[in-house]
Design a protein around this ligand. Sequence first.
Ligand SMILES: C[S@@+](CC[C@H](N)C(=O)[O-])C[C@H]1O[C@@H](n2cnc3c(N)ncnc32)[C@H](O)[C@@H]1O
Length: 272
Amino acid sequence: MSEVQIPGICDPDGALGKLPEKKMFKLALDFRDGAISIVECNQGHTLDEALYKEIQDLSEEEVSVLGTEIADHAYDESLDIHCDRCNKFYRPYCRLHPLFKIPDRISKIEEKQPGSPFSEQTLPILFRIAQSKLPNAGLGVFASTFVPIGMVFGPYKGLKVQKKGDFYKEGYAWRINKNDKKFYIDGSHPEWSNWLRYINSPRHEEEQNMIAFQTNGKIFYRVIKPIRIDSELLVWYGSSYGGEFVDAEFGPKPKKSAKNPFICTSRVPMHR
Ligand SMILES: C[S@@+](CC[C@H](N)C(=O)[O-])C[C@H]1O[C@@H](n2cnc3c(N)ncnc32)[C@H](O)[C@@H]1O
């Protein structure tokens, strides 16, 4: 007796009955461009380890809300983030160039161990604090592992102060503009700030590997160039302060996007 074939139920060659595989999304480090990226793969499949280092699974729902483009005039500081690569605002951030936040190692004073200052104890294990290689710069922060584009650190911690005159040391504070109000986050005190206070400013564009941005009244740093092991993390403080370190011999000065007002947030010179 010949076999009766019912499409979709009996399909020995597999030509008819194959269900499409469900897609999954993973946040991964893409080794080809040294950046965090969102990779699509079939459910149950792992990523090619030669190309990607898996960071975490993302649900379809999480991925679906990424990358909504926002017109410049509709930008809302508490919801949107500027992508420096697309030069556009996204809610909550760009899907093609995603961000991945690394939390501080400790975040509350109660978690502090005896010994070193609180700010040093907040340092994630990816980094170390050591003497900077920049002339006369004091301490700096160095990568103990490869740090890809898209990693985000922060927020910058410190005392919230209203007037510039309250500052004691130079170069440790950011000016925040929120809802037409202006205040400063002063990270000069090692017990009332976090590890971001140890990050120095580049002298020229080649050296720069991070930019600062403001969101929801807080300052974060994001990696814009892959940072190799043992390299120093360098964030542009803004021309009103970081400009002091610019070295004309080495070429163009560090860049910030002209479009995003919050990337232009500047470190304040406290002596002015
Ligand atoms: C936020 S702190 C950075 C950490 C600081 N190096 C330390 O040891 O605590 C800012 C200060 O670092 C120094 N600094 C930062 N970038 C520098 C650079 N490119 N050249 C020289 N000094 C720099 C300046 O003294 C500046 O006031």
